[in-house]
Each structure stands twice: as structure tokens, then as C-alpha cells.
Design a protein around this ligand. Structure first.
Ligand code: HEC
Ligand code: HEC
Length: 311
């Protein structure tokens, strides 16, 4: 009995502490990574030679000027083929528990294999990638130095993933507030309170303000679904998984319009309104939208330090 009493006290205490700590964790100011690999990974990330028509690189759909995401509603790949999915940001993706809208890749290394081979993205096969890398002097030297062998497809994935690991955006105003370095404005504070009390934080929480669970889009009022939705159903074929996605990060959200997996929503204000309605059953007032928007803008961090100094 005494044991059980102790245990329940412990559980209660940890719930109180978690609540006191708040639903969002700041991202670290820096993260350990292998410098040589990230330099190679950055060049690979920006190299259109890795696509079948030699015109599409990772950066074509994950723009550094657009918060690591794609300003186009749906991405356009090699030979102008267009997908049906909005490209999420690569910034802070290292902190996501899985990769892709439906989480089909377990980490960044596994993820990078996807676009390289996807016929509507970069459309290459392993042999073509290796042939391309081995016929380039820079790559031959760089891979030899780092991996001690001729360029391989797997080593290229490793270097790209290491570069993406470094794509973190530290020091946003909200993280600095969490570290007690700055105050939020009254409007931002109001937005943060609403974010918690309305229930946004039940799905968007943790270090990435999202990226750590699968949730339904349209929990209260259904959201349109189509066969081509890149959802969990696409992977599991369980009817309950229709319109279930990895919750996207809300970091740098003001930079990454348009919104949602289908890129159908052009502004942040409209995205909040839709979210509150479809997932929580609320019609937000103009003032609530203004406050939530101000809070979400405080999640815009510094450009990843690795992009500041050239390789
Ligand atoms: C033609 C456009 C396009 C190209 C080129 C492209 N991507 Fe993407 N990327 C996307 C789209 C669209 C998604 C979402 C697909 C999905 O979830 O089904 C995505 C998803 C991702 C994600 C997952 C992010 C998350 O939160 O789940 C990462 C990481 C990523 N891409 C990295 C890369 C890398 C690395 C390359 C180059 C090897 C690359 N992308 C090339 C369009 C592109
Ligand atoms: C039940 C879980 C849940 C709740 C509650 C929730 N969200 Fe979301 N949110 C999601 C999911 C899942 C998506 C992805 C939906 C999609 O792309 O179709 C999303 C997407 C978003 C987006 C667009 C992100 C992008 O990159 O396209 C914003 C902005 C957003 N939510 C803000 C909010 C706000 C603000 C609230 C509270 C009013 C909220 N969310 C409540 C699960 C939730």
C-alpha cells in the first residue's frame, strides 16, 4: 500500500512539474555534428546533378529563403512533374520523431533516400547516383577523405543527413522567453495562453512544437480527404488512419506558407482558423487570431548557423 501511495505521489508530482515546465522546450543553441560531413552534405543538398534532368536539387523544394520549405503549394520535380503534397520544412527536422507527413521514414538518413529515387522528385537510381559522384573530382576527394572509399549512395545519404542535423534555428524570441532572457509582449502572452487553453498544445508541443505524434486532421469537423492524401492510411490502410498525419512543427511557421499537407491555405491567419475549427470545434474571434498569430511569430528563430559561414 505504502508503495502505491509513493508511486501515485510521484506521478502527481511529475504532472505538476511538467505543467510548470510548460508544453514547449527550447531548441539547443548548437548541436554537435561532424563538420566535414556537413560541408559535403551541404554541397550534395544543393546539387541538381543528383536529379535525372539535372535541374532539381533538394534545395529546389526546401528553400533556405523560405524557412526550409517550398513556397509552391505542391512541389515540382524533375522534368516538371508535380506532386500533390506540400513540402514541409527541413529546418529542425532532426527533432521530429519520424519523417514525412505520414512518418514513413524513421530518420533523416532513411528519409533522404525517398526524394532521390522518387520519379516525381529527383528520379535517380543508385547506380546513376554513384556514377555521377564518381565522375566528379571534388566528390571523389571529399568522400575519400571522410569515408575512406569511392563515393557510395549510402555515404551520400549519411552526409546529407548530417547536414540536415545542423539545420536548427536557435534563439527565437519564445525560446529566449523560456530561458528568461526576454519578456513576451502582452499580445504574445495572450496568444501563448490561448494556445494552451484552447488545446493547440495538446498536439503541438515538445521541442519542435509538433513533430512528436500522429494526429487526425479534422478531429471534430472532418477535413476533405482524397486517395492521394499523404496520410497514415496511405501506409497502413486502416480506415481510422484517414487524414492522420505527423503533427507539423510550428517553428518558423510564419516563413513557410502555404500551409497543410495539400498546401491549400495561403495565410497563417487562415491556417489557425481552420485548425481551431476542424480540430477543436471553435470559431476564433479576430482578436484571438491576432494574439495566436503574434505568439506563433515568436517561434521564428535565427537562420541555421551552418548556412551563415560558407563551406
Ligand atoms: C520535388 C520536390 C522535392 C525535392 C527535390 C526534395 N524534397 Fe524533400 N520533401 C518534398 C515533399 C513534397 C515532402 C513531403 C512528402 C511526404 O511527406 O509525403 C518532403 C519531405 C522531406 C522531409 C521530411 C520533413 C518532415 O517534417 O517530415 C525531409 C527531411 C526532406 N524532404 C529532405 C529532402 C532532401 C534531403 C532532399 C534531397 C535529397 C529532398 N528533400 C528533395 C519535396 C521535395
Ligand atoms: C488534434 C491535434 C491538433 C490540434 C488540437 C491542433 N493541431 Fe494544428 N495541426 C495538426 C495536424 C495533424 C496538422 C497537419 C494538418 C494537415 O496538414 O492537413 C496541423 C497543422 C497546423 C498548422 C499548419 C502547419 C503547416 O506547416 O502546414 C498550423 C499553423 C497549426 N496546425 C496551428 C494550430 C493551432 C494554432 C492550434 C490551436 C488553435 C492547433 N494547430 C491545434 C494537429 C493539431
Amino acid at each position: 500500500m505504502r508503495m502505491i501511495a509513493y508511486l501515485s505521489l510521484l506521478i502527481l508530482l511529475s504532472a505538476v512539474l511538467t505543467e510548470a515546465a510548460g508544453p514547449i522546450k527550447p531548441i539547443p543553441l548548437s548541436i554537435p555534428y561532424n563538420k566535414e560531413k556537413t560541408e559535403l552534405g551541404k554541397i550534395l543538398f544543393m546539387d541538381p546533378g543528383l536529379s535525372s534532368d539535372k535541374r532539381v536539387a533538394c534545395v529546389s523544394c526546401h528553400s533556405f529563403e523560405h524557412g526550409g520549405a517550398d513556397p509552391r503549394p505542391v512541389s515540382v520535380g524533375a522534368y516538371g512533374k508535380s506532386g500533390e503534397v506540400n513540402a514541409p520544412t527541413v529546418y529542425n527536422s532532426y527533432f521530429n520523431f519520424r519523417q514525412f507527413w505520414n512518418g514513413r521514414a524513421k530518420d533523416l538518413r532513411e528519409q533522404a533516400r525517398g526524394p532521390l529515387h522518387n520519379p516525381i522528385e529527383m528520379g535517380m537510381v543508385t547506380e546513376e547516383i554513384e556514377h555521377y559522384l564518381r565522375s566528379n573530382d571534388y566528390y571523389v576527394k571529399a568522400f575519400k577523405k571522410i569515408y575512406h572509399r569511392a563515393p557510395t549512395h549510402d555515404d551520400a545519404l549519411d552526409a546529407i543527413a548530417e547536414f540536415e542535423k545542423a539545420l536548427i534555428t536557435p534563439n527565437c524570441k519564445f525560446d529566449r522567453f523560456l530561458r528568461k532572457e526576454v519578456e513576451l509582449t502582452p499580445l504574445e502572452q495572450k496568444g501563448y495562453r490561448l494556445f494552451k487553453t484552447l488545446g493547440c498544445a495538446t498536439c503541438h508541443n515538445g521541442i519542435n512544437v509538433g513533430g512528436n505524434s500522429f494526429q487526425k486532421m479534422g478531429l471534430i469537423f472532418p477535413y476533405p480527404w482524397s486517395e492521394s492524401s499523404p496520410d497514415r492510411y496511405n501506409l497502413t490502410h486502416a480506415p481510422d488512419d484517414k487524414n492522420v498525419y505527423k503533427v507539423p512543427t510550428l517553428r518558423n511557421i510564419e516563413l513557410t506558407a502555404p500551409y497543410f499537407h495539400d498546401g491549400s491555405v495561403p495565410t497563417l491567419e487562415l491556417a489557425l482558423q481552420r485548425m481551431a475549427y476542424h480540430n477543436l470545434g471553435f470559431d476564433l474571434t479576430g482578436e484571438e487570431i491576432e494574439a495566436l498569430t503574434a505568439f506563433l511569430k515568436s517561434l521564428t528563430g535565427e537562420s541555421p548557423p551552418i548556412l551563415k559561414k560558407g563551406p
